[in-house]
Write a protein of this length. Sequence first.
Length: 169
Amino acid sequence: MKLIMENWRRYLKEEQPVSKCVSVGQHMKALAGFQKDERNAELLQQTKELGIEAAKLVAGELPFLGTAISAADYALTLKDLVSKKPVELDDLDDFPVLKKLKIDPNLVKVVEDDILAAVDEKYMDLLKGVRPETCIDKIPDINHFIRLHIRGLTDKHVVINDESGNTTE
């Protein structure tokens, strides 16, 4: 019986799961890669827009073609004004790094872009100030951080509560 118990204890020790967490350092390394990809995508978009503007400039040198493009731009602007499109809210695709941080999509819809960018930078500074081997689940997640930041910015006049039922805070 004693032999069975000793083997059983050894079996239990071998079967205990190794608690391997994602460290802040690993998380920061992954986020750096996402930020690089985001910058590359922005550069590509800027290059496309620059090409379009250059084409308009060249087309402006040709009287007939320049007039046609100007008229088309005016018609599109007028159509947008007349159609009374509803205001388009931001979505997660506009903020790839925040998407990787698993930000609440509702926060992206209602919080202004420049505030999100500022909070993103402050959150990254928070992560940089933590020891790299610290488990990421010991750090407040981005959603909780944004809520705390807005609460602090407004001197507790604007408080965003998470009523989604998620208990990640």
